[in-house]
Write a protein that binds this ligand. Structure first.
Ligand code: NAD
Ligand code: DAU
Length: 355
C-alpha cells in the first residue's frame, strides 16, 4: 500500500543508505527526498540513484512549513519517513540551539503538516509517519542493568538526546490525540558506508589512513551496541509494512562492546587490509583524551518485541560489518577526503585540540 514516500534527511548517513535500500527493493515507488544539505548532508551519498526518474532531491528545511505542505500535496505523499536531524552529541554540547530547532521544531512542523494533509484526504488508513529515533533517549545503563525496553522511562542526558526525546513525545502525542498513524523506532549506534567522519567508527578509519591520533574519550570503557546500517534499513522497511501505528519498536544489533575493544578491532582490520599505512601497527596511534561531558556509560537494547511481533533480527555480525566498513573507507577516499577541509577542521580543532 505504501506508494509515495517523502524521506527527510536522506542525504545523510542512514537516510541515504535507506534510499539506496528502498530503491533496490521497490524501484517503482517514487521517493522524494527533503534535505537541507547541512554539513552532514551530501549529494554524493546518493550517487547511482539520483538520476533515476523516481528519485528527486529537494534542498530545503523541514522547518519550512509552506515547503512541506507543498511537497505533501504536489507529490501526493502517503508515507513520510523522517530521518532529518542534527545527530552528533559532541556538536550538541558545543551548540545546542540547532538541535532544538531541527529536532524539535522541525519534527513538529512535519507532524502538523502531515496531520492536515492526512485529514484533508479523509484520514486514509494506509498513511504512515515513521519517526526515526535513538536509544540515547533512555539515558545511561550500569554494567549489570537490564537492556532498554520500549517502556523504559526516558532519561536523556545530552542536548542531542533531549531534543530527540522531545520529538519522540510529539510523534507519540499525535497518535494519541489525533489518531495520526505514527510509528516510532529507537535504534542503537549504526555504522557502515557514507558515515560522516566525525562519528567514532569513520573517524577512526580516516585517522588511521592519515596517520593521525585515534582519540579515545575518558577511559575507553563506555559501551555501545552496534548495528550495520543495512540491517537498520531492513528493520524500518519491516516496521513500515507490518507494525501497527502507535507502537514503538526498539532496534539494535545485540552487539555490545567497549569503545576501546571496538577501536582495537578496527586497528587489527586496518593493519590487515590497508596496503600502505603511514603508521603501522595502527594501535600506536591510540591516544586517551578528556572525556565527553555527560558521557553515557552504556547503551543496550532489548529487541525482543520487534523479533516477536515482526520477525526482524540483525543479520550482519559485528566482525563482518566492521570488515565491510573498513574496506569501504579504504576504497572510497574520494568520498571522504573532500569532507575534511575548512569547516570540518574548525570543528575538529574546537573539539580535540588540547584535550
Ligand atoms: P546525519 O547527521 O548523517 O544526517 C542528517 C541529515 O539531515 C543530513 O543529510 C542533513 O543535511 C539533514 N538535515 C539536518 N537538518 C535538517 C533540516 N533542518 N532540514 C532538512 N534536512 C536537515 O544523521 P544520521 O546519523 O543519518 O541519523 C539519521 C536519523 O537517525 C537521526 O534522526 C538520528 O537521530 C537517528 N539515529 C541515528 C543513529 C546513528 O547511529 N547514526 C542511531 C539511531 C538513530
Ligand atoms: O546510540 C545511537 C546514537 O549513536 C545516535 O543517536 C547518534 O546520532 C550517533 O551519533 C551515535 O551517538 P554516540 O555518541 O554513541 O556516537 P559517537 O560516534 O559520537 O561516539 C561513540 C562512542 O565513542 C561514544 O562513547 C563516544 C566515543 N568516542 C567518540 C568519538 C567521536 C570516542 O571515544 N572518540 C571519538 O573521537
Amino acid at each position: 500500500m505504501l506508494s509515495r514516500l517523502l524521506v527527510t534527511g536522506a542525504a545523510g548517513f542512514i537516510g541515504s543508505n535507506f534510499a539506496h535500500y528502498w530503491h533496490r527493493q521497490y524501484a517503482d515507488t517514487p521517493l522524494i527526498i527533503l534535505d537541507a544539505l547541512t554539513y552532514a548532508g551530501n549529494r554524493a551519498n546518493l550517487a547511482g540513484i539520483l538520476g533515476h526518474p523516481n528519485i528527486e532531491l529537494i534542498k530545503g528545511n523541514i522547518c519550512d512549513r509552506a515547503l512541506v505542505d507543498r511537497l505533501l500535496t504536489e507529490y501526493r505523499i502517503d508515507t513520510l519517513v523522517h530521518f532529518a536531524a542534527e545527530s552528533h552529541v559532541d556538536r550538541s554540547i558545543l551548540g545546542p540551539e540547532a538541535f532544538i530547532q531541527t529536532n524539535v521544531v522541525g519534527t513538529f512542523t512535519l507532524l502538523e503538516a502531515f496531520r492536515i494533509h492526512w485529514q484533508t484526504q479523509g484520514q486514509p488508513g494506509h498513511y504512515r509517519f515513521l519517526h526515526i529515533s535513538t536509544d540515547e533517549v533512555y539515558g545511561s545503563l550500569g554494567p549489570a542493568d537490564l537492556a532498554f525496553r520500549e517502556n523504559t522511562p526516558y532519561a536523556p542526558n545530552s542536548p542531542y538526546s533531549a531534543s530527540k526525546a522531545g520529538s519522540d513525545h510529539l510523534a507519540r502525542a499525535y497518535y494519541q490525540t489525533y489518531g495520526l498513524p505514527t510509528l516510532i523506532t529507537n535504534c542503537s549506534n549504526n555504522y557502515g558506508p557514507y558515515h560522516f567522519p566525525e562519528k567514532l567508527i569513520p573517524l577512526m578509519c580516516v585517522n588511521m589512513l592519515l596517520g593521525q591520533p585515534l582519540p579515545v574519550y575518558g577511559d575507553g570503557q563506555n559501551i555501545r551496541d552496534w548495528l550495520f546500517v543495512e540491517d537498520h534499513c531492513r528493520a524500518l522497511d519491516t516496521v513500515l509494512h507490518h507494525a501497527l501505528p502507535g507502537q514503538p519498536y526498539n532496534i539494535g544489533g545485540e552487539a555490545e562492546i567497549k569503545n576501546i575493544d571496538l577501536i582495537n578491532m578496527l586497528c587489527e582490520l586496518m593493519n590487515e587490509l590497508a596496503p600502505d599505512l603511514p603508521i603501522r601497527p595502527t594501535q600506536a596511534l591510540i591516544t586517551y583524551v578528556r572525556d565527553r561531558p555527560g558521557h553515557d556509560r552504556r547503551y543496550a537494547m532489548d529487541i525482543s518485541k520487534i523479533k516477536a511481533d515482526l520477525g526482524w533480527q540483525p543479520s550482519v555480525s559485528l566482525s563482518a560489518g566492521l570488515r565491510k566498513t573498513v574496506t569501504w573507507y579504504l576504497n572510497n577516499r574520494d568520498w571522504w577526503l573532500p569532507l575534511l577541509p575548512a569547516d570540518y577542521q574548525k570543528y575538529y580543532q574546537q573539539r580535540y585540540t588540547g584535550r
